[in-house]
Design a binder for this molecule. Structure first.
Ligand code: PLP
Length: 460
């Protein structure tokens, strides 16, 4: 490498590290101000003709870009189900960025391949899944769900002697598709993209916590694909896996679980009972970028039998080595891809079993704390908090909407809204494992302040 260019890279990297540290260290509002957002107009948006000093570009990126980010990392963000990043996850991410490894094949990076192998095994082990289960890292639970749905589709049809990879789906025997009424839209998209469509889904009705009702399960026919979830995005509750697993096994069907965030409950002895029986499924989709708090984007698609994942995902070409017991390109949709497992390995190597359980328990405790404070002040908690999610109403729908808008406007904490069983609710997700008890108390206080400010009859 040209010595001058190498020096330029090193100088720029040191500058970026300093800027990133300043960003992490600042105690700024959780959401950007209107002025900060308007200032984004100042980012270079006309493709330049000629080169300029990269230091200038990075300076602009930080000066204009950083202030208009949402501080999902600072302990006061409770929106959607977005995690932050643990210190070792961010540090590993920086080192992995310097490595710039492609993990398509082990020969492209022995280090990345080894970390990928270890991290995938650790996830299977720490979630209590069958030891023979095999997982492939991917970009998010939406992709992981798609990967698993495709594997399920192909496996169910292969049992009938129908090879989807050769014959496609046209003329194939139909699958029976059964899903919880509360199944996440990402799973519906997976069905669409996998050529299965959504018209034929039999939806299983759910209870007041959003859990599929086992007694309402339809009779399973041959080639049944049953789709459940661990961790409802609104309530945090999980479907009762045992009875569905029993019926699916008896019908020689396939049970898939979307456990984007909720499956991590299995890593906590205190919360594991909430996902009881989940290990009996045939496949699981789990995010690392949500509750495990590694940087975006990272998830894993796991099949109980590795050959099911490989049947659907393997690619072969003359220029590829025949080896590859564990090659990412044969375990997922992507070929070239970043070495996502690096951050997951770093978090699990740092925390161990007990540390991970503490991360889960801590964030669940924050959710309980906030629910308690808000309820004591007269707000209504809509479902019994399970895991890290809380649904709150502040009177009628209009009043709740006003409180959500006021909280977002105030920028001390950030939470979004949702509709739960016909009612408007504020949705609080405690997914940032770096958030402290003080952060949760301060956020609850900020929510109550906002409620006070928008109460009808209050003098301006
Ligand atoms: C977030 C989420 C998804 C989608 O996951 P991405 O990581 O955003 O792709 C799917 N299902 C559930 C239950 C989720 O919470």
């Amino acid at each position: 490498m040209d010595a001058t260019r190498r020096a330029e890279k090193l100088t720029l990297l040191a500058d970026a590290a300093r800027r990133a540290a300043t960003y992490i260290g600042a105690d700024a509002p959780v959401f950007p101000s209107t002025a900060d957002i308007e200032a984004l107009a100042g980012l270079t948006d006309r493709l330049p003709d000629g080169p300029k000093d990269p230091a200038e570009v990075i300076e602009q990126l930080d000066r204009i870009g950083s202030p208009a980010t949402v501080r999902t990392n600072g302990g006061r963000y409770f929106g959607f189900v977005n995690g932050g990043s643990e210190p070792e996850a961010l540090a590993a991410n920086v080192i992995a960025a310097a490595w710039d490894q492609n993990i398509a094949l082990p020969v492209m990076s022995p280090t990345a391949a080894r970390l990928d192998d270890i991290a995938a095994r650790w996830i299977v082990e720490i979630l209590g899944l069958p030891t023979a289960a095999t997982g492939g890292f991917c970009a998010g639970a939406a992709v992981a769900n798609l990967t698993c749905v495709v594997a399920a589709r192909d496996a169910l049809l292969a049992r009938e002697g129908w090879d989807v990879s050769e014959r496609g789906l046209m003329g194939a025997p139909p699958l029976q598709i059964i899903a919880s009424e509360e199944i996440h839209i990402a799973v519906l998209k997976a069905l669409r993209v996998a050529g299965l469509g959504t018209d034929t889904i039999t939806f299983v009705p759910t209870d007041t916590h959003g859990r599929a009702r086992a007694e309402a399960m339809p009779a399973l026919r041959p080639r049944a694909l049953v789709l459940l979830q661990a961790g409802n995005v609104n309530t945090g509750h999980s479907d009762p896996f045992g009875p569905f697993a029993e019926a699916t096994k008896a019908a020689d069907g396939w049970l898939h679980v979307d456990g984007a965030f909720g499956l991590w409950a299995a890593a906590s002895p205190t919360h594991r009972h909430l996902v009881e029986g989940v290990e009996r499924a045939d496949s699981w989709a789990v995010d690392a970028h949500k509750w495990l708090n590694v940087p975006y984007d990272s998830a894993i698609a796991i099949c109980a039998r590795g050959e099911d994942l490989r049947r659907s995902m393997a690619m072969n070409a003359a220029y590829l080595p025949a080896e590859a017991e564990r090659a990412s390109m044969h375990l997922g949709l992507q070929m070239s891809q970043r070495a996502r497992a690096v951050e997951t390995w770093a978090v699990l190597a740092t925390k161990g079993r007990r540390g991970l359980a503490s991360m889960i328990d801590h964030t669940c405790a924050l959710a309980g704390l906030m629910a308690g404070v808000l309820e004591a002040a007269g707000a209504e908690i809509l479902t019994e908090p399970a895991l890290n999610q809380v649904l709150v109403a502040f009177g009628d729908d209009a009043a709740t909407e006003r409180v959500i808008a006021a909280v977002q406007d105030d920028r001390h904490a950030w939470a979004g809204g949702t509709t739960w069983q016909g009612r408007q609710a504020m949705r609080i997700s405690c997914s940032d494992t770096m958030a402290s008890t003080d952060d949760a108390s301060a956020a609850a206080a900020a929510i109550l302040d906002s409620w006070e400010r928008v109460r009808p009859g209050r003098l301006p």
